[in-house]
Design a protein around this ligand. Structure first.
Ligand code: SF4
Length: 328
């Protein structure tokens, strides 16, 4: 990563005729830094290989050696040149003039995250929200949300590619950035998530799906059966965790270590997917009336119908009704 001063070598084609590296400005706003830390866990390729191969990570609060005026100079240079990909990690507080999150100083006064993302997104070529906070609000925007935290798309007048996850899987963010570097914008779903990672539900490829279909459910944490009755939200959560797996070299994932899916890639997370370990009440469809727009809140209607209407009815008429009802 550049520490300041001139930079041009990354804009030239790489040895062997490889395409130029993608210039990236990574801004952290109201965040726990979980997404940049998760990204560093990429092992194949390693993060070093990624930086050498296709990512020109020019500015990043957590990783850059530069600080103070030297760091500011790097960002000013990026702003002047434009054309970079802006990655934002975290929500953007809007209450109290945005002073709940200050990312630096500008013109002698605090520079809020709200001002920063609006200014830095303007000359960007692509804008990517990494992690569930930036993409959909996530934990920092959970009720009662005193900071008025909002997802990135709510505060910038730009198209935002959403790469949710709490935290994001290294492949999801690096795969999206690689696509932008080599092919342009990847195909997105209705929530602007790259289809290549968020096309199907967790449930579709879950290793315990057989037990769900057979009606064999775990009653206690630690049992090897389907965790639907322990509150698993895999049926209404879109991500490829069962296929991709986590923990560095794609070793395991939440259900693999006996933890029900908590729906962290969903726009409703966490208010709409909690209590995480509570089975939603059984409600039989013939007595349930569910508006189509409520289906869309959770899943998208097509996928919802594919996983069993009783499950969706449970979600929509149970806790979600309570949560979303309060917000209106
Ligand atoms: S409900 Fe959860 S544990 Fe059961 S099959 Fe679906 S994703 Fe897997």
């Amino acid at each position: 990563m550049n520490a300041g001063g001139g930079r041009r070598e990354a804009d030239r084609a790489q040895p062997g005729g490889n395409p130029p590296r993608l210039p990236v400005v990574w801004l952290e706003t109201n965040s726990c830094c979980g997404n940049i830390l998760s990204t560093l866990n990429s092992l194949d390729p390693t993060f070093r290989e990624i930086l050498q191969g296709f990512l020109d990570l020019r500015y990043c609060h957590t990783l850059m050696a530069a600080e103070g005026e030297m760091a500011d100079a790097v960002l000013r240079e990026c702003l002047g040149e434009g054309g970079y990909t802006l990655v934002v990690e975290g929500t953007v507080p809007t209450a109290a003039g945005g002073y709940y999150a200050v990312v630096g100083r500008k013109n002698g006064r605090p520079w809020t995250a709200l001002e920063a993302v609006q200014e830095v997104s303007t000359p960007a070529k692509h804008v990517v929200a990494v992690g569930s906070c930036a993409a959909f609000g996530g934990p920092f925007a959970a009720a009662p949300n005193p900071s008025g935290s909002k997802p990135l798309s709510a505060v910038v007048a730009r198209k935002v590619i959403n790469v949710p996850g709490c935290p994001v899987h290294p492949d999801w963010v690096l795969g999206t950035l690689a696509a932008l570097a080599w092919y342009g914008e990847p195909e997105l779903d209705a929530l602007n998530r790259p289809r290549m990672f968020y096309e199907e539900t967790i449930h579709n490829h879950c290793t315990r799906r057989y037990y769900f279909e057979s009606g064999i459910f775990a009653k206690e944490p630690g049992e090897p059966w389907c965790m639907y009755k322990l509150g698993c939200k895999g049926s209404v959560t879109f991500a490829d965790c069962p296929l991709r797996q986590w923990s560095g070299e794609h070793q395991s994932w939440p259900v693999g270590v006996n933890t029900p899916c908590i729906g962290c890639t969903s726009p409703e997370f966490p208010d709409g997917t909690s209590p995480f370990f509570e089975h939603l009440p059984d409600i039989r469809l013939p007595n349930v009336r569910v508006a189509a727009n409520r289906v869309g809140l959770v899943t998208g209607a097509a996928a919802a119908l594919g996983i069993g209407v009783h499950f969706i009815a449970n979600v929509l008429t149970g806790r979600l009704k309570r949560v979303w009802g309060k917000k209106k």
